[in-house]
Design a protein around this ligand. Structure first.
Ligand SMILES: [Zn+2]
Length: 163
């Protein structure tokens, strides 16, 4: 709902001059097409009951979020890449700040801390992976206010979850 108010305000001030919402909005799970609507129904990913509850379509630009049966299976590749990148980043940080040596257990502390962090970040990673996966197929459209979103061809609500 907040996103709708946001776009209204901008329309009033003339959306020609509107600043393009950045790619960074994908990291807060915004719709890849308008970068303004929320992909998920609940803001907090750590509200575990509702972590994966998605809107059927973008509340702002009406982009459908389910492109075909089992569409988000592919999000696991994004999740894998994210996990690797995160692990590489903590390893690098640990190496630079604390150091790693074969003479002590410091590397095991890194391993433990990295595992705990990955576990804690899992709900967020699952969400942002879906956003990233959708962004491969749905590009930012700066004319989203006037263009209609492309409708998916191969969805089947009855078969959803059966594949
Ligand atoms: Zn949208």
């Amino acid at each position: 709902m907040e996103s709708n108010d946001f776009s209204m305000q901008h329309k009033d001030s003339g959306f020609q001059h509107e600043r393009k919402p950045g790619v960074v909005n994908l990291f807060i799970c915004k719709c890849p097409r308008c970068r303004m609507g929320d992909m998920f129904e609940y803001k907090n990913p750590w509200n575990l009951k509702h972590t994966m509850k998605m809107n059927k379509e973008c509340p702002v630009c009406k982009q459908p979020f389910n492109l075909e049966v089992g569409f988000y299976y592919g999000a696991s590749y994004v999740a894998y890449a994210l996990t690797l990148a995160f692990t590489a980043a903590t390893f690098l940080a640990w190496w630079l700040l604390i150091g790693i040596s074969i003479d002590d257990n410091r590397v095991f502390y890194w391993l433990a801390i990295n595992s705990v962090l990955l576990l804690l970040l899992q709900p967020y990673f699952m969400r942002v992976s879906r956003t990233g996966w959708l962004a491969f197929f749905v590009r930012y459209d700066k004319h989203w206010q006037t263009n209609a979103p492309k409708q998916p061809e191969r969805t089947n609500d009855e078969q959803e979850g059966n594949w």
